[in-house]
Design a protein around this ligand. Structure first.
Ligand SMILES: [Fe+2]
Ligand SMILES: [Fe+2]
Length: 156
């Protein structure tokens, strides 16, 4: 699978988990906990393959605009990983605060995904070309597999 198709597939997974989470009520404590955990795991792997493989390749193939886009995207990852998600995980799933924080998470991620798919990916496709995207896709798939195995080992 090429790098962009792989990332878009992850985006669909995360968007669907976010919609499911948004549609839960305060009484669905266990479901909320499970979905947040699943989203955290998905994001960990997804941001890692982007930051370790995709963004550097995009930046290297481009110039100032590409460097800015990569840097902006990384900051958005950081806002989610180190602020919004940890806050949600410390909030009682039966509270209205949780519901509000989930809305913020969903909006942030949807905005981030939208920017990647409409600005970064078309530009990456132009700059990198089909062959390079396939190579990056294979590299990303391998890292994804390793990271997911690590998560499973930790959970077991
Ligand atoms: Fe991203
Ligand atoms: Fe992404």
């Amino acid at each position: 699978m090429d790098a962009i198709a792989l990332l878009k597939k992850d985006h669909e997974t995360v968007k669907s988990l976010l919609s499911r989470l948004e549609n839960t009520a305060e009484r669905a404590v266990q479901t909320r906990k499970k979905l947040v955990q699943k989203i955290e795991q998905e994001l960990q792997v997804h941001t890692a393959i982007e930051e370790k493989i995709f963004y550097p390749a995009f930046k290297a193939a481009g110039a100032r605009d590409e460097a800015i886009l990569s840097s902006e995207a990384k900051e958005e990852h950081r806002a989610v990983d180190s602020l919004v998600l940890p806050d949600i995980m410390q909030t009682s799933p039966s509270s209205i605060e949780f519901t509000g924080r989930v809305k913020v998470l969903k909006e942030l991620l949807e905005h981030h995904i939208e920017e990647e798919e409409t600005d970064m990916f078309p530009q990456a496709s132009k700059l990198l070309g089909k062959q390079k995207l396939l190579e990056l896709g294979a590299e990303m798939e391998a890292l994804q597999k390793t990271l997911k195995q690590g998560q499973q080992a930790k959970a077991a």
